[in-house]
Design a protein around this ligand. Structure first.
Ligand code: ADP
Ligand code: ADP
Length: 219
């Protein structure tokens, strides 16, 4: 099982890169943010519980998040591996993932950090539109879709996320950068952290990530 973790601040480009890597590597893209948004839309108990935290730009509590992710990892399409986007987001989540994989004799292969300075993130989030069906991200200026308002990947309509409003963006950056740092340190200590400069154009970031993944075969 190949477990790849994509790390980055809100707006760094995790979803963009996870979509590309998923196609290149043939692994499912598992984004906890998408799982929560689907649950909110479906009106499940999980969705009702997560919604308030998301609206305030806070992290959803670890217990709920970990349970949801472990359940997702157990589904048949994840048997060969996954690209995790937006998980883990706290040290407790990183530890829980490590333990859950260990009982299967597995481990995280690499943690890929899409590194973008905080001052760039606000503009990226303010101009972001995501598709309704798959959460594929676009940007009005930096990364527009081929047909305005329509997702290139699955044809579904684009919409703005309710937590991409300026006041929630500020809250997310204030509350989520410190826990991200603790996750970065967690993987650095295990020797599997690889960082790529996320300020580059999307295709160069992808290339950097692929090289970080497998420096030998892409050399
Ligand atoms: P972004 O793409 O901006 O990084 P996500 O779509 O990954 O945001 O997540 C949206 C929201 O869902 C987060 O602000 C948070 O409230 C919640 N969330 C997503 N993943 C996690 C997680 N691993 N732990 C706790 N909360 C999460
Ligand atoms: P995350 O999942 O980390 O929150 P996204 O992948 O949703 O980030 O990207 C955030 C916004 O920035 C989107 O509007 C996306 O189109 C745009 N974006 C992503 N990568 C780049 C890049 N390398 N250069 C410029 N804009 C980018």
């Amino acid at each position: 099982m190949r477990v790849l973790v994509l790390l980055g601040a809100p707006g760094a480009g995790k979803g963009t890169q996870a979509t590309i890597l998923a196609q290149r590597l043939g692994l499912p893209h598992v984004a906890t943010g998408d799982l929560f948004r689907n649950a909110v839309r479906a009106g499940t108990a999980l969705g009702r519980e997560a919604h308030g935290y998301m609206e305030r730009g806070e992290l959803v509590p670890d217990a709920i998040t970990i349970e949801m992710l472990i359940e997702r990892l157990g589904r048949p399409d994840a048997a060969e591996g996954v690209i995790l986007d937006g998980f883990p987001r706290s040290r407790a989540q990183a530890e829980a993932l490590e333990s859950a994989l260990l009982v299967r004799g597995e481990r995280v292969e690499v943690a890929l950090l899409v590194d973008v300075p905080a001052e760039e993130l606000v503009g990226r989030l303010a101009g972001r539109y995501v598709c309704r069906l798959g959460g594929h991200p676009y940007h009005v200026i930096l990364n527009p879709p081929r047909v305005p308002g329509i997702c290139d990947v699955d044809g579904s309509p684009l919409e703005q996320r309710e937590d991409d409003r300026p006041e929630v963006v500020r809250a997310r950056l204030t509350r989520q950068l410190a826990p991200l740092q603790s996750v970065i340190e967690f993987y650095r200590a295990r020797g599997i952290l690889r960082a790529v400069d996320g300020r580059q154009p999307i295709d160069l970031v992808s290339r950097g990530l692929i090289e970080a993944l497998d420096p030998v075969t892409t050399a």
